[in-house]
Ligand binder design. Sequence first.
Ligand code: GGG
Length: 336
Amino acid sequence: MKTICLIPGDGIGQEVIPAAAEVLQTLELGLTFVEAEAGFACFENHGSALPDESLDMARKSDAVLFGATSSPSTIVAGYRSPILTLRREFDLYANLRPVFSLPGPFSRPGIDLLIVRENTEGLYSGREHQEGDTAIAERVITRQGSERIVRTACEQAMLRAKQRGKPPMLTIVHKANVLKLTDGLFRECALKVAAEFPEIQVNESLVDSAAMKLVKSPESLDVLVTTNLFGDILSDEASALVGGLGVAPSANVGKGTPVFEPVHGSAPDIAGKGIANPVGALFSASMMLETLEFLQEAARVRKAVLDTLAGGLYTVDMGGKNTTEEFTKAVKERLQ
Ligand code: GGG
């Protein structure tokens, strides 16, 4: 019996996570759902964006399905981003962000890639300070952090090659020509670890060139591995090729309870209108099922979403007119 901790969070997280939970319930897998609070609204109500009780519930669960948060862009005393806290508390050092073509006019064809983003260090280490009119952020890159993320990327490349019957390919994305120490270390570690996987065809790309390749020839890419901020930006860019942020799923994996979340944020402009796109949350739920080794059910959810899109249902962000509820109902019907 597996326990899933649902953390809808802020904004449209409150719409897409219940939608994903409804779809999961139709599978009758005997999953137990518990719900925990987190996010900016939670901070305003309880003085913490991730209360100890929520962290405990997440820790005791087999997986977390997380919605979105709205962290403020200015310093708010006592506020810490709940998703960054979860990633750090559970040492979820790998953020897996698959990007694949979808059936519909909103997506380019022939794309099937995976961005493996380092999730705990880099420019998101939280080491910022100000000296007068100069603000400084420290970009922390460690040997251990770099080696383990590249190992995960290589393992993913091998797995995908086996599943797809294609040779494994890895692109190491960095900016070592400018960031000679930090990305120099990342590059050195990446090349060393990748050499342990002689079957993998290894390329390297400067991050600006990788951003261009993503637009120009995304079909030529397989697994990309990179540092935290670069991975964040490249994965948002890549999602635009296949329908936008609303369809992008992700998995945060590492040592503790894995956390699955759509890549999108809380979208306050459309929150509460019933038009949020549940596709990213549904694909994230499918990734969660795969990690929990419900392989057939993971594939069924993914297929039900793809078939629903192919049937012409999609939300406004993708140029359609369906509501969250209509889309979710159609997916559930395909699973019943
Ligand atoms: N579902 C991912 C999400 O909420 N993305 C927005 C984001 O990364 N926010 C950072 C934060 O609010 O701390």
